[in-house]
Design a binder for this molecule. Structure first.
Ligand SMILES: Nc1nc2c(ncn2[C@@H]2O[C@H](COP(=O)(O)OP(=O)(O)OP(=O)(O)O)[C@@H](O)[C@H]2O)c(=O)[nH]1
Ligand SMILES: [Mg+2]
Length: 258
């Protein structure tokens, strides 16, 4: 049996702000009396700014994997990510026992460890009947047209791997100039604007490749609405909540059923 309660899975490249956004979203939902369950799936996490109800580190830690399998830290990260699937039956039972209105899932630091290996799609399939992904674009990378394209390709690849509704978020917007945020939002609404701005950059083979990618991304509607968010100022958390509600409940109401 899969979980009936919806799940929001935070995905993105290392350091993009997944953990902090999980904490900020949890605090926001708790303020609204939403019964929220947080799950940490990062076995390499050190300190967390939230207290996960379910923590993969109770089952797997990088240190133990290094010792048990004689691996270095990078090999252990990969092995630990694969081991998540073997522990998942137990975790699933605990999620079932908790219930709640919504489950928030913080994923391993490296995007490829979750999205591009077998455990990510497996976890997504079993964590909820009604999952969605919040994909965090890295703000520093996404501030140029070329960087925005590369982040959109990553978001699209994660979407195609995990096959669940996806909301793109540009994180840490408090660290960006307002003009830069405006540019990113304009790109996310208009592929031609991305092309125009790419053409301002020197014509190189890389740009030609980017142009082809943009056309593909646009055809597949992977250049998508992007929500500016800051876990520091809490800008945009409300928008995530509203859009997630729309996606998860098909616009039929609040995540909090009361
Ligand atoms: N200014 C600012 N800093 C942020 C924000 N969100 C996260 N950070 C900082 O960015 C760094 C990385 O944040 P995390 O939440 O740990 O990112 P992560 O994606 O979980 O990182 P890994 O799990 O290590 O890959 C931390 O130093 C956070 O304090 C934000 O909205 N604004
Ligand atoms: Mg993290």
């Amino acid at each position: 049996m899969t979980q009936a309660q919806p799940a929001i899975v935070f995905v993105g490249t290392a350091g993009a702000g997944k953990t902090t956004l999980t904490a900020a979203t949890e605090a926001y939902l708790m303020d609204r009396d939403v019964d929220v369950l947080t799950v940490n799936l990062d076995p390499g996490a050190d300190k967390l700014p939230y207290e996960p109800a379910i923590d993969i580190r109770d089952h797997i830690t990088i240190q133990e994997v290094m010792e048990q399998y004689g691996l270095g830290p990078n090999g252990a990260q990969i092995a630990a990510a694969d081991l998540i699937a073997t522990e998942f039956g137990n975790i699933k039972q605990r999620i079932e026992a908790y219930g709640g209105d919504v489950t928030l899932v913080d994923t391993p630091g490296q995007l490829e460890l979750f999205a591009f290996r077998a455990s990510g799609p497996f976890v997504i399939q079993h964590i909820s009947q009604n999952p969605m992904m919040v994909f965090l674009l890295d703000p520093a990378v996404a501030s140029t047209a070329r960087g925005y394209v590369s982040q959109s390709i990553l978001a699209a690849t994660a979407h195609f791997r995990l096959q669940i509704p996806t909301l793109n978020v540009i994180g840490k917007v408090d660290t960006l100039e307002p003009d830069t945020v405006d540019n990113i939002l304009a790109w996310s609404k208009d592929a031609d604007k991305v092309l125009d701005d790419l053409h301002q950059e020197p014509a190189t083979m890389v740009n030609q490749l980017n142009e082809s990618f943009i056309r593909i991304l646009d055809d597949f509607q992977a250049i998508a609405q992007t929500v500016p968010v800051s876990s520091t100022t809490l800008q945009g958390i409300e928008d995530i909540y509203a859009l997630a509600t729309n996606i998860l409940r098909g616009g039929a109401g609040d995540l909090n059923p009361e």
